[in-house]
Design a binder for this molecule. Structure first.
Ligand code: ZN
Length: 67
């Protein structure tokens, strides 16, 4: 459990509010929706699990930027 108190913003775009569940890490609802669309599309093409694809991209610094 992170226990962080100072970083409360979205870890993708820095917006102030995050979703209450860290599905794609701690991102805001808007980023979660964008990432959902993007990774579900990737899963449709490549197969696999959207969360695992996201985590691999995040580790590689390859998460698509906010549009
Ligand atoms: Zn965001």
């Amino acid at each position: 459990m992170g226990g962080e108190t100072k970083t409360s913003g979205c870890e993708r775009c820095g917006a102030g509010c995050r979703t209450e569940k860290p599905v794609y890490g701690w991102v805001c609802a808007r980023c979660a929706r964008e990432l959902d669309v993007y990774y579900l599309m990737l899963v449709g093409m490549k197969g696999g699990d959207p969360i695992q694809l996201y985590l691999a991209d995040r580790a590689a610094g390859a998460v698509p930027p906010r549009t």
